[in-house]
Design a protein around this ligand. Structure first.
Ligand SMILES: NC(=O)c1ccc[n+]([C@@H]2O[C@H](COP(=O)([O-])OP(=O)(O)OC[C@H]3O[C@@H](n4cnc5c(N)ncnc54)[C@H](OP(=O)(O)O)[C@@H]3O)[C@@H](O)[C@H]2O)c1
Length: 360
């Protein structure tokens, strides 16, 4: 296939506000390494990790909720999600769907012309099970906020689906994260799972994937989003912040809290867990600093599982769920790639349910 030398790309120039992004129309198209594929990006989903990396929120100097604004205290030497700094310029964008247009000398030529999803977890292929040797697509290497991107052939999966590119670009990061959380908490049919932030990318995925495992699901979301969240199929919907969570739950028995919100609400989430309950967490959008009464933790025999780097199997499982129609996308809006800043501003505003996608 014909691949040009230059492409349009939204390039992150350093930590900062939305003005840290620069639009380029003559950025070099990546060249494939021996096992790489070059993908013509059809669509790329937005994620909080783009916002957190851009703003520098992963720095230990930052203790507030994700606002999307810049932090004066954060510099280029500050670590990002993995505990190390990244280098700039960087093309972000983790949720890529696109067509393979070229392959490296040792990669499978049969991939050319196929539509693929990219696994966000970039592994060291000499030691693929080592979670300390992982990077994230669009963080430790360039991602999908461009017309073309590069990925190792072992990091892509052909996807057989009638869904359009924009809908497919809502899945990878959120659904892999959600499935990883539920797997670590060993969620099954005997569980009742409480999900704060249920209108978000991960929250909507958690509802569908917990239901898929046969669990009972209680979702928490802003009242204005209840109708759209109901479409994910929770058994019960509660407000984002019920004054008295225990009372709002009535006779419900919560065995698992699957959380990406944290913040001021957090102690109440822990308080409603049954004896032997599990708390599984992949995010802290309402704030990373929380107050824990250790007595609740040990006297109730609770188990806490953090979840970020997940096994490669999870991505392929999610692709299977998509192909078999076991999960449905929640596409809130699409923007042209050149309007990524506007798209990210809307994403940060959080008036939407599901995810927002940019298209080159
Ligand atoms: N560890 C990982 O690998 C991983 C992967 C993906 C995401 N994450 C993290 O998980 C968190 C959620 O991700 P997401 O993609 O689901 O986010 P999202 O799509 O932005 O949704 C977050 C939801 O949280 C709710 N919320 C409650 N309190 C909030 C507050 N103070 N500020 C903003 N939203 C609040 C909002 O719903 P209501 O308005 O309905 O309350 C919102 O829809 C982020 O911190 C993200 O960085 C981590």
């Amino acid at each position: 296939m014909n691949v040009p030398d230059k492409m349009k790309a939204m390039v992150l120039t350093g930590h900062g506000g939305l003005d840290a992004y620069e639009w380029h129309e003559d950025w070099p198209v990546p060249q494939p390494g021996p096992r790489d594929v070059i993908i013509r990006v059809g669509a790329c989903g937005l994620n909080n990790t783009d916002v957190n990396t851009r703003s520098g929120w992963y720095s230990k100097d930052v203790s507030e909720a994700t606002t999307g604004g810049a932090y004066d205290s954060v510099g280029e030497e500050d670590p990002t999600w993995g505990g190390r700094p990244i280098t700039f310029p960087r093309i972000q964008g983790a949720d890529v769907v696109g067509i393979v247009v070229a392959v490296g000398a040792e990669a499978d030529t049969g991939l050319i012309g196929r539509r693929v999803l990219v696994d966000g977890w970039v592994r060291d292929w000499s030691d693929p099970g080592n979670r300390d040797k992982t990077g994230y697509f669009g963080s430790e290497c360039d991602g999908g906020f461009a017309e073309y991107t590069r990925a190792d052939e072992r990091n892509v999966a052909v996807v057989e689906s009638e869904l359009p590119d924009a809908a497919l670009a809502t899945f990878q990061c959120s659904y892999s994260t959600a499935e990883g959380m539920l797997a670590r908490a060993q969620v099954g049919p005997d569980d009742t799972v409480l999900i704060p932030g249920a209108s978000g990318g991960v929250g909507g995925a958690l509802i569908q994937l917990a239901k898929r495992r046969g669990a009972r699901v209680i979702a928490m979301a802003s009242q204005a989003k209840h109708e759209s969240v109901a479409a994910f199929g929770p058994d019960l919907l509660l407000p984002r912040n019920p004054g008295n969570l225990r009372a709002a739950l009535g006779s419900e028995t919560v065995t698992v809290v699957a959380d990406v919100v944290g913040g001021a609400m957090w102690p109440r989430l822990i308080d409603v867990l049954e004896r032997g309950g599990r708390y599984t967490c992949s995010g802290a959008i309402a704030g990373p600093m929380v107050e824990l009464d250790l007595r609740t933790f040990y006297l109730r025999d609770l188990t806490f599982t953090g979840s970020t780097v997940i096994e490669q199997k999870v991505f392929h499982d999610v692709v299977g769920y998509i192909e078999r129609g076991e999960v449905r996308p929640a596409l809130a809006a699409t923007y042209p790639l050149s309007e990524l800043r506007e798209a990210q501003a809307a994403f940060i505003e959080k008036r939407h349910t599901g995810n927002i996608v940019v298209m080159p």
